[in-house]
Design a protein around this ligand. Sequence first.
Ligand SMILES: *[C@@H]1O[C@H](CO)[C@@H](O)[C@H](O)[C@H]1NC(C)=O
Ligand SMILES: *[C@@H]1O[C@H](CO)[C@@H](O)[C@H](O)[C@H]1NC(C)=O
Ligand SMILES: *[C@@H]1O[C@H](CO)[C@@H](O)[C@H](O)[C@H]1NC(C)=O
Ligand SMILES: *[C@@H]1O[C@H](CO)[C@@H](O)[C@H](O)[C@H]1NC(C)=O
Ligand SMILES: *[C@@H]1O[C@H](CO)[C@@H](O)[C@H](O)[C@H]1NC(C)=O
Ligand SMILES: *[C@@H]1O[C@H](CO)[C@@H](O)[C@H](O)[C@H]1NC(C)=O
Length: 404
Amino acid sequence: MYESGVERPSSLWVSQQKMKNQITNALSNFFFEYETPRQVLVRNRRVGVVCRLIQLLVLAYIIGWVFIYEKGYQSTDTAVSSVFTKMKGVGYTKVDGRESVWDVADYVFPPQGDSSFVVMTNYIITEGQMMKTCPELPGKHNCSSHADCEGGKLKRTGHGQMTGMCVNETHTCEVLAWCPIEDDRKIPDPPLLMSAENYTLFIKNSITFPLFGVTRSNLVESVDAKYISQCLYDPKDSPLCPIFRLGDIVNLSGFNFSTIAREGGAIGIVVDWTCNLDLDVKKCKPKYNFHGLYGNPNETDKARASVGYNFRYAKHYMEDSKEKRTLLKVFGIRIDIIVQSLVIIPKCTTDSSVCGIATVVCDLVLLYLLPKREFYKNMKFKYTETHEESFILNTRCFPQQELN
Ligand SMILES: *[C@@H]1O[C@H](CO)[C@@H](O)[C@H](O)[C@H]1NC(C)=O
Ligand SMILES: *[C@@H]1O[C@H](CO)[C@@H](O)[C@H](O)[C@H]1NC(C)=O
Ligand SMILES: *[C@@H]1O[C@H](CO)[C@@H](O)[C@H](O)[C@H]1NC(C)=O
Ligand SMILES: *[C@@H]1O[C@H](CO)[C@@H](O)[C@H](O)[C@H]1NC(C)=O
Ligand SMILES: *[C@@H]1O[C@H](CO)[C@@H](O)[C@H](O)[C@H]1NC(C)=O
Ligand SMILES: *[C@@H]1O[C@H](CO)[C@@H](O)[C@H](O)[C@H]1NC(C)=O
């Protein structure tokens, strides 16, 4: 009992020491050794001829099939893509006690569902414009006498043709124009259509790689009608949902919605297709990225000459057999959908499967079929004692050393 009690800690100590040795060995092996592949030159006609023949065949295949017939080298820039968009949501305004409801037909320009369109978020409306004479806006075409207004002349920044009269009340020249003249000196703040934040955008995008006969749509397998009816894009939770809230798009592009909605701006939505056609085509899925393009109402951008995005749009109508129009100066978020694609195809490089065939076949011939295969095997592989062997050796040595 007593003796075995002494024995046990010592054998424990031995095995601990052994472990320590092994770990230090492994570490020093790792840090102080370097291994490099050994190459063996084989002077054997059969292997040589087989190898060269296969290499020739592979070369012919690469040049003839991949490059000339399939044009495999021009694989990246041939995608054909189409984008269709649809906005949903309703806006409500109450300006000077007048209520209006704005639906998709009113706030999306153009209405066709293009990949580039504008969602109106703010506007200046001038109703009942008619072709007649009226004074210019205060501050434009100042005059103190009729002599300051040259009759029949046009000013590039003005609104019409000068009649040669100076209007007493406003001290501006009288012009022939669409009157009353739009007064856009004050942009409504907060934006009239803040409700645009909650509108949604649906993107349908299909992409075809004609060379490879692959067609994909952003409505991938997991996106079905039921999912679409209730999902909303979220970069983390639902990155494949093709329905985007406008407020989220603006936020993800780094803009502040209320600022961009006031004066307008442009946002790019990049649909990124990076497809590895080596893998299952179902793994080829789109990724959405959002970028502010311009109109960034940031402090640094305030210095720029032109901030925001706007354009004018007129609706013409007849009243009492006179032509009239309603003019809208539209401030909005312009959305550009950009489709990017990159196809990764099985290209022939030295490591790829096609070109590696020659090496594999020649090695097979060399190591398994030739009469002198044992000799070549010995040349190609340097045999070492296995880990188990050295372990047994160690345990056998230990007690002997202890005895000494
Ligand atoms: C025109 O007159 C208005 C005051 O009536 C003044 O504020 C403005 O600076 C003048 N503009 C020019 C270009 O002289
Ligand atoms: C313009 O005002 C001046 C004096 O302020 C007056 O003498 C002149 O008659 C006025 N002209 C018109 C067209 O009203
Ligand atoms: C958008 O919708 C949310 C929740 O439905 C609501 O709380 C918010 O006020 C809406 N935003 C605007 C600008 O109407
Ligand atoms: C605004 O400008 C600041 C630096 O002035 C910058 O750090 C920030 O990222 C900018 N914001 C956007 C949305 O570009
Ligand atoms: C956006 O801008 C408005 C006004 O400039 C400001 O009140 C609001 O806090 C900003 N929102 C964010 C999220 O920065
Ligand atoms: C985007 O939204 C998050 C959370 O609602 C907010 O903290 C962040 O300031 C917003 N970013 C911008 C640029 O408004």
